[in-house]
Design a protein around this ligand. Structure first.
Ligand code: DQA
Length: 143
C-alpha cells in the first residue's frame, strides 16, 4: 500500500502555531509517528506540505497514478476550495480528510467543509492522533 499524506497551508508551522487548537507536536514529529505505524503495516508513505492550492491539486492528480490512498489536511482551503474538491472527485483512490482541531466547535466559517462530500470519510478533532486514526481507517475499509 502506497499512501500520500498532503498537508496544506500553514501546517508547516505546527508546534508553534496556535497550540490551543493544534497542539505542540511539529509536522515532522507527526510524520515520524505515521512512518513508524506504516512500518508495522509494510506501507510506503510519501509526505508533502505546501502552502499553495495548485500544488495540492497537482499532488492529488499524481497520486491517482502511483498511490493507493491519500490522507489530506487541506487547512483553510477545506472551507472554500472548489478546485481541490473537484480534484478529489476526479481521482478514484480514497481520500481521507483530516483535521487536528474540531472544526465544528470553532469559527462559523470552519463549520463547512466543501471537500467532505467527495472524500471517503473525515477524521476531525483528535489532534495529531487524527492522522494515525486516518491510517487505521484505511486498514479497516480496505478499499
Ligand atoms: C485545520 C482546520 C482549518 O480550519 C485551519 O484553517 C487549519 C487547520 C485543522 O487541522 O484543524 O489550517 O485543517
Amino acid at each position: 500500500m502506497r499512501v500520500l499524506v498532503i498537508n496544506g497551508p500553514n501546517l508547516n508551522l505546527l508546534g508553534e502555531r496556535n497550540p490551543a487548537h493544534y497542539g505542540t507536536m511539529s509536522l515532522s514529529a507527526i510524520e515520524h509517528r505515521m512512518e513508524e505505524r506504516a512500518l508495522e503495516y509494510g506501507w510506503k508513505m510519501e509526505f508533502h506540505q505546501t502552502n499553495h492550492e495548485g500544488e495540492i491539486i497537482d499532488l492529488l492528480h499524481g497520486a491517482r497514478i502511483d498511490c493507493d490512498a491519500v490522507i489530506l489536511n487541506a487547512g483553510a482551503y477545506t472551507h472554500y476550495s472548489y478546485a481541490i474538491r473537484d480534484a478529489i472527485e476526479a481521482i478514484r483512490i480514497p481520500v481521507i480528510e483530516v483535521h487536528l482541531s474540531n472544526i465544528h466547535a470553532r469559527d462559523e466559517f470552519r463549520h463547512t467543509s466543501v471537500i467532505a462530500p467527495v472524500c471517503r470519510g473525515s477524521i476531525i478533532g483528535f489532534g495529531a492522533a487524527s492522522y494515525i486514526l486516518a491510517m487505521e481507517a484505511l486498514v479497516e475499509i480496505n478499499d
